[in-house]
Each structure stands twice: as C-alpha cells, then as structure tokens.
Write a protein that binds this ligand. Structure first.
Ligand SMILES: [Fe+2]
Ligand SMILES: [Fe+2]
Length: 193
C-alpha cells in the first residue's frame, strides 16, 4: 500500500491491535480493487477503508460514552449491541481530527456496519470490501455470492450481503439494525423503479 494517510489517521491505525490492523490492511486492498472495477477513485476508496475501523477495538460501555459525548443518538438496539456504534463513533473522531474533509469518506466510515441508502459509491465500496475480507468467510457463509454480486454492481452486492446477513440474524433470533432494513428496502424500491 502506497497511499500516504493523514498523520492523525496513521497514528490511530498504529494504535490498533495487530489483528484489527491486519483486517484493515486487507480491506484497503479489496477496496482499491473493487473501487477500480466500478470507476470509483481508488485512493479515496483506500482512505475510507483505512479509516473504517478506527473505533472497532473500543469496549461497548466506552463506545456508548463516546457516542453521547459527540451527540450521536444511541438507539435501544445500539445500547443492547454497542459494537454497532463503532462506525458512528469513528466518524465523529475523524471529524474532530479535522484531517479528512471529504464527506463521502466520513459517511462511509459512519455507515460501514449497517450500510445506508444514501451511501456514496466510495462508501458502498468500503461497506462491501469490509464484508469481503477472506477472514470473514466463516462468519458469512454466503460471502462468495456477495463477491460475485459486488463486482457486477455495488447496489447488487449490498443487497446480496443484507439478504444473507438478515437471514442469519433472524435464524439466530438476533436483533436487526433498522438502518440495514431501511437500506434493503431502498435498494429493492430503486431496483423496482
Ligand atoms: Fe467495522
Ligand atoms: Fe472492518
């Protein structure tokens, strides 16, 4: 990877646990590749990928504290599963650092866990690149179908992932984040028009 990152972001990455840093490195490579396949700026894709998990190692209670400190609304689902806040908290940190002024990058970080109907292409690329990390193949047994769909079309890839993930959550009796459901509905409506 040759992209030079803002020093504040590089410092945040250097402070991550090794396993998480390795994941971020793989996601950076996949994001460049997937971005290029769809004509999305490879450097912006990699920058968003580099930034996406800056808050992933933070324990749940502190994620809630950080969300409240930055005025991020915490829903009942997020209070139950605070890991869902690591995107919004990471985005708030990056905003506060002031080193990244591209809104599509910040919003891509914010919504990389749930997806969002309004994600710009760079955010769509990173949402998918994160899920396509080969180390997540066991977590997402439907990963290969997501990969095929993602290289065909970014919305198709997101829909394939959300379909698979929502099925898993429902089978396991787990909560579903409403933003993921809203995103899936928006993608289906867009495809139907
Ligand atoms: Fe994440
Ligand atoms: Fe990630």
């Amino acid at each position: 990877m040759t992209l030079e990152l803002p020093p504040t972001l590089q410092a945040r990455l250097d402070a991550l646990p090794a396993g998480l840093r390795a994941h971020v490195g793989r996601v950076r490579e996949i994001a460049r590749e997937l971005g290029k396949a769809h004509g999305v700026d490879a450097d912006l894709s990699e920058l968003t990928a580099a930034a996406h998990d800056v808050a992933r190692h933070i324990p749940g209670p502190r994620l809630i504290e950080e969300a409240e400190r930055f005025g991020v609304g915490v829903s009942a689902v997020e209070r139950y599963a605070p890991v869902l806040l690591h995107g919004p908290v990471g985005a708030a940190w990056l905003d506060a650092d002031g080193a990244i002024d591209d809104r599509d990058v910040i919003e891509g970080v914010r919504w990389h866990t749930t997806a969002h109907a309004d994600l710009a292409p760079v955010g769509q690329v990173v949402f998918l690149a994160d899920k396509l990390d080969p180390h997540k193949a066991a977590m997402y047994p439907f990963q290969e179908s997501v990969r095929e769909a993602a290289f065909r079309s970014l919305p198709d890839g997101i829909l394939a992932f959300l379909d698979g993930a929502l099925r898993l959550h429902i089978e396991r009796g787990e909560l579903v984040h409403p933003t993921s459901t809203d995103t899936r509905n928006a993608l289906l409506l867009a495809a139907a028009c």
